[in-house]
Design a protein around this ligand. Structure first.
Ligand code: NAP
Ligand code: ZN
Ligand code: ZN
Length: 349
């Protein structure tokens, strides 16, 4: 018998989120059942429910992909998790497991399509529903351990924002002697600063205005510049090894490329519905690269959580009750969040 749980969901694109009831499947042989304690609010949730990615595939749609909770039941074949464990779920709950990318542990690039934690058809034919809910049942392979030394509420944003910045920073070589710029100081950006610092890099925050300067330096950034003053681009020409773009809107790609030193990389993780364009000469000069990165595989997500525990990296959060979700969405859109809203899922009871 499926279990009915309380949640917040959107009936259609652009509609405000409202209390809804959804069903969770029984705990299958390879499943774990998780009481959700906390769920982060990522800008991607807002892109989805705003219809930026098209009409909602299911109604209601329950967003939420930065989930931390406690295991309350396991299927008879489960080996990775036990009742009472603190665990997390991020963007994915399934993939084909057979393609070369799944085999390489990069399930986010599954050639047969990964299954997102909400708004996708799972391999049992049902629609997935996300973490703005009391409970979730998921395959054990897509559930990670959340180290006990991390505060569970501030660790929740690691499940998407954390891995999304950790993976490209690591892949493109952030570390001692490297200069990293983080563009956009929001949920992803502030974790980008913390992760890059923990990796040993020298970090500059590039924000639109001067308003976040003090806060950025307090987060550990070594330097700060406002791109609203476009002379910043010239002042920082040929400076960075990695520019991590976390902006949820189009950026001036050429202006950013100009700040990359030889062999530097502009790593895009921000999502826009507009194409990003560059001048080939801006790329050829200094042998620069533009790359993209999508959250991260399960093995690397676990590695990131263990790294976060070792370096005590968690998000700066504002904990909210579930009924404040629409207000939180508006404040994210207004860039009025320092730096991640996290839902206290106990308030769904
Ligand atoms: P967020 O908290 O809203 O932060 C985005 C930041 O971008 C803002 O704080 C702001 O920084 C800057 N910004 C916003 N609007 C802007 C505009 N019109 N022009 C210039 N700068 C603007 O969002 P988030 O949750 O960190 O997510 C950031 C983006 O990453 C979203 O598009 C999200 O969908 C995407 N994302 C991608 C992945 C992936 O796998 N690649 C995973 C998660 C999220 P300043 O105020 O400092 O300028
Ligand atoms: Zn996200
Ligand atoms: Zn696959």
């Amino acid at each position: 018998m499926p279990t009915t749980v309380r949640a917040y969901g959107a009936a259609s694109a652009k509609a405000p989120l409202e209390p809804v009831a959804i069903e969770r499947r029984d705990t299958g042989a390879h499943d774990v059942k998780i009481d959700i304690q906390f769920c982060g609010v990522c800008h991607s949730d807002i892109h989805f429910t705003s219809g930026d990615f098209g009409p909602l595939p299911v109604s209601p749609l329950v967003p939420g992909h930065e989930i931390v909770g406690v295991v309350t039941e396991i299927g008879e074949q489960v080996t990775k998790h036990a009742v009472g464990d603190r665990v997390g779920i991020g963007c994915m709950v399934n993939s084909c497991r057979e393609c070369e990318n799944c085999q390489a542990g990069e399930e986010q690039y599954c050639l047969n399509g990964h299954t997102l934690v909400f708004g996708n058809v799972d391999r049992d034919g049902s629609y997935t529903q996300g973490g703005y809910s009391q409970m979730i049942v998921a395959n054990e392979d897509f559930v990670v351990r959340v180290p006990a030394s991390l505060d569970p509420a501030s660790a929740a944003p690691l499940l998407c924002a954390g891995i999304t910045v950790y993976a490209p920073l690591k892949k493109w070589g952030a570390g001692p002697g490297k200069r990293v710029a983080v563009v956009g100081l929001g949920g992803l950006g502030h974790l980008g600063v913390k992760m890059a610092k923990a990796m040993g890099a020298q970090v500059t925050v590039l924000s639109r205005s001067e308003s976040k300067r003090e806060a950025a330096l307090a987060l550990g950034a070594d330097a700060y510049a406002a791109t609203g003053d476009t002379s910043t681009y010239q002042q920082l020409a040929n400076t960075f090894d990695i520019i991590l773009n976390t902006v949820s809107a189009p950026i001036d790609v050429d202006a950013h490329l100009g700040m990359l030193r030889r062999d530097g990389t502009l790593a895009n993780v921000g999502v826009t519905t507009e194409p990003l364009a560059y001048n080939p000469f801006a790329l050829m000069t200094n042998g620069r690269a533009v790359v993209g990165s999508q959250f991260g595989g399960i093995r690397e997500t676990q590695e990131m959580l263990d790294f976060a525990a070792e370096h005590q990296v968690t998000a700066d959060i504002e904990l909210i009750s579930a009924d404040r979700i629409n207000e939180a969405y508006q404040r994210v859109l207004d860039s009025d969040v320092r730096y991640r809203f996290v839902i206290d899922n106990a308030t769904l009871a």
